[in-house]
Design a protein around this ligand. Structure first.
Ligand code: COI
Length: 358
């Protein structure tokens, strides 16, 4: 499929103002990638066009039954001036995995990656230069058929929008405060907790709002059956560094298979650390804090990068991890990962794909 280019004339293009202190996900670039699908014709009409509102029928499936999936990745402006993407093929594969689970059409992964690179190249001046900031890339698919019966939509749109971003958390790379909820659950095995679909995030809002009111940045979810085993933090996966073991919850079917998670596991193993993907009882975490066996705790995610956790509230008590400070392992992982992403460290795994300027 060809990608039609419908670009704004140079005088109509805006500029990225004030690159320092960029908010997360509030500023959008001049153009977007867009294509449509019908059951009869497949994907068609691929174009890069000006960023604009989408007009949908009020009966569109997505509004009523949330048939929607998305991805999140970033383009980095490297120290050598080259534009880098971090493992974008993993996002494409996860997008199609999500599509299958939500009964949506798959996309041609190579084609969408090509379109994504083209869009980033066109919008290259929107990639912030400051270390720690990047161009966040948000691909999204939704069911758009006007039909109120409950079945998969016969029509879809897929688009990619771009947003120059700074740190996801106000705290930046400083430790955040996490609230462990045993009142709400995020996902059950056999459900869609391991799929990047909007409903998971909608379902998490009430717990997050309650946690925020109590002064916590995010919620740590426990498993839905026993409310005993740690799952994830909604916008990131979670790691615990016990004495001689870096542990993270196993992918049980209700946890999002994060690409940063996968990368951290690989790097830590290559550094000789014992890394386990296993069930982690919250009691083991609390006991680890009380006995000093738990040295560090941090989250991982595209938006969150590596985010140290300094405080954890559970059953009415607040526990301090590593004196509320960023630990050496979180720091080392952050430095290595961002070093690869911004190009000032070698990329031994071949994780980087370059975008050639248009
Ligand atoms: C990401 O890290 O890209 C995510 O998708 C989290 C997002 C919901 C902010």
């Amino acid at each position: 499929m060809e990608i039609e280019l419908r670009l704004l004339p140079p005088e109509k293009r805006r500029r990225l103002e004030n690159q320092s202190q960029l908010p997360f996900g509030r500023i959008f670039t001049d153009h977007m990638f867009y294509m449509e699908y019908t059951a009869d014709e497949g994907w068609k009409g691929a174009c890069i066009k000006p960023y604009e509102p989408i007009c949908l029928d009020p009966a569109a499936v997505v509004f009523h039954y949330s048939q929607t999936i998305f991805e999140g990745l970033k383009a980095y402006y490297g120290v050598d001036g080259r534009i880098r993407l971090f493992r974008p093929e993993r996002n494409m594969a996860r997008l199609n995995r999500s599509a299958r689970r939500m009964c949506m059409p798959e996309v041609d992964e190579d084609f969408v990656l090509k379109a994504l690179k083209k869009l980033v190249a066109i919008e290259k001046d929107w990639i912030p230069r400051e270390r720690g900031s990047a161009l966040y890339i948000r691909p999204l698919m939704m069911g758009t058929e006007a039909f109120l019966g409950v079945r998969p939509s016969n029509e879809y749109i897929f688009f990619i929008i771009l947003s120059p971003v700074g740190a996801y958390y106000r705290e930046g790379f400083n430790p955040i405060k996490i609230y462990v909820t045993d009142k709400y659950v995020r996902a059950v095995r056999g459900g869609v907790g391991d799929v990047k679909t909007g409903g998971n995030y909608a379902a998490s809002l009430m717990a997050s709002e309650e946690a925020k009111k109590l002064g916590y940045t995010q919620v740590l979810w426990l498993d839905a059956i026993e409310r005993r085993y740690v799952e994830e933090v909604g916008t990131m996966n979670i790691f615990f560094y016990f004495e001689d073991e870096l542990a993270t919850p196993e992918l049980s079917g209700s946890i999002l298979p994060g690409i940063t998670r996968e990368s951290v596991i690989q790097m830590a193993r290559d550094w000789g650390l014992k890394v386990s993907e296993r069930r982690i009882p919250i009691d083991e975490v609390i006991e680890g804090i009380e006995t000093g066996r738990l040295k560090e705790c941090f989250g991982t995610g595209t938006a969150a990068v590596i985010s140290p956790v300094g405080w954890l509230a559970y059953k009415g008590r607040e526990y301090v991890i590593n004196e509320g400070k960023t630990g050496p392992l979180a720091r080392k992982l952050f430095d290595e990962l961002t070093g690869i992403q911004y190009g000032d460290r070698p990329d031994p795994y071949g994780w980087i794909q370059f975008v050639d300027p248009s």
